[in-house]
Design a protein around this ligand. Structure first.
Ligand code: ASP
Ligand code: MG
Length: 423
């Protein structure tokens, strides 16, 4: 079987949310089979099943954190359920199909319950079933560690799918979801946002890390490392999606490829901390121990032997972070602890900006013209990020989308379309 005769697909929770949606997916897969393709499809749990199961867990324990092992044992059933149902729907359409749990599909994960990482895939059974002419439906979001079921972190079915594609030698992995692809900005905020035909792995990673909620970032990393092209497309409408792949035409494209906004962040400032060696460590060590991810760390120039130390973290981490921060404040003798929960993180991303001067200035100028105050700034080689008041976030995004002309088709995409219409 050649790599292109094998389709590895993933259907997200909304794509298998109910009987009707499962039927639609089965019909789509049946059509791929009829066209001579072999299909391996990874599924998420139906709709909000994972959240519902978490709520049940918390009810039976009366709010006490359930054991991580039992929680994984419970959550993994969501995907097993949708996989079996999809296999039945295919069989009812006369298509031979078999569902497999992560373990049966040969997916081994490392030992951390709730945030397992795929350690290896031995998809022997998957290959055998495909060779026997069956569609293989694999329960996503899970692997086995020794004999223990281990889940792969929220959104982990993306990772299951891309890892399986790599293990099976497929050159492509289709991620079916409820949006038609990756956009230049969130179309619910920026009405003239445009769907991208192609985006580079690195650009997609930056966008996803900065709040674009298209895919699990680990899945993009896996695609990048293994050279698997990821296509994000809708299971609701039949139209081409966005390809995430090594982009060899970066130079010809719009330099800014997309905008991301993260409105789930908080800004923390330790005011007037003593400016001496070891202070940053005494702040960030305890936060790391408490498993709190921090981002955008800024330390100001010191005055009179003290300095302000600011950083951002996820708003959902604040409950856990606050007591840790108060303790640190006392220990190091910081004058005050300021926490601002009404901020947003706005980013421009594009591989082309790393060799082009002036993008930071244009971003800051645009925000100034839109009367948006910048509270913090951070950059990577292909990204510039500003923290702004949450109330300003939508206005900032719209202004930046205009400044960088993102509604206008990318030159490479436009040229491709011209060539197509001439042919
Ligand atoms: N069902 C899991 C979740 O909701 C995994 C996934 O959907 O990819 O996070
Ligand atoms: Mg889900």
């Amino acid at each position: 079987m050649s790599a292109s005769d094998l389709l590895v697909q993933k259907y997200g929770g909304s794509s298998v949310a109910n009987v009707e949606r499962i039927g639609a997916v089965a019909t789509r897969i049946a059509a791929d089979r009829a066209a001579g393709k072999s299909v391996v499809a990874v599924v998420s749990a139906m709709g909000d099943t994972t959240d519902d199961l978490l709520a049940l867990a918390s009810q039976v324990t009366g709010g006490v954190l359930p054991s991580a092992r039992e929680q994984d044992a419970l959550l993994a059933t969501g995907e097993i359920q949708s996989a079996a149902l999809l296999a039945m729907a295919l069989q009812a359409r006369g298509v031979e199909a078999v569902s497999l749990s992560g373990a049966q599909a040969g997916i081994s994960a490392d030992g951390t319950f709730g945030k397992g990482r795929i350690a290896a895939i031995e998809p022997k059974r998957v290959r055998e079933e495909v060779a026997a002419g069956r569609v293989v439906i694999v329960a996503g979001f899970q692997g086995v560690s020794g004999t223990e079921t281990t889940t792969l972190g929220r959104g982990g079915s993306d990772t299951s799918a891309v890892a399986l594609a790599a293990a099976l030698g497929a050159d492509r992995c289709q991620i079916f979801t409820d949006v038609t692809g990756v956009y230049t900005a969130d179309p619910r905020v920026v009405t003239d946002a445009r769907q991208l035909q192609v985006i580079g792995y690195e650009e997609m990673l930056e966008l996803a890390n900065q709040g674009a909620q298209v895919m699990q970032t680990r899945a993009v990393e896996l695609g990048w490392v293994n050279g698997v092209t990821i296509e994000v497309l809708s299971s609701f409408v039949d139209q081409p999606g966005t390809q995430i792949k090594e982009d060899r035409q970066v130079e010809q494209r719009n330099k800014v490829r997309g905008l991301a906004a993260d409105t789930k962040v908080a800004k923390v400032t330790m005011v007037a901390v003593p400016d001496r060696p070891g202070i940053a460590k005494s702040v960030f060590d305890p936060l790391a121990t408490a498993n709190i991810n921090v981002d955008m760390i800024v330390q100001n120039v010191s005055h009179d032997g003290t300095t302000d130390l600011s950083f951002t973290c996820g708003r959902s981490d604040l409950a856990a972070a606050r007591p840790v921060l108060e303790k640190i404040q006392n220990e190091i003798g910081a004058r005050a602890l300021e926490i601002d929960e009404s901020v947003a993180k706005i980013s421009i991303v594009g591989a082309g900006i790393q060799n082009a001067p002036g993008y930071a200035a244009r971003m800051f100028g645009t925000l100034a013209d839109a009367k948006v105050n910048i509270q913090m700034i951070s950059t990577s080689e292909i990204r510039i990020t500003c923290i702004v008041a949450q109330a300003d976030a939508d206005r900032a995004l719209k202004a930046l989308h205009d400044t960088f002309d993102l509604a206008t088709p990318d030159p490479v995409d436009a040229a491709a379309r011209d060539a197509e219409s001439r042919a």
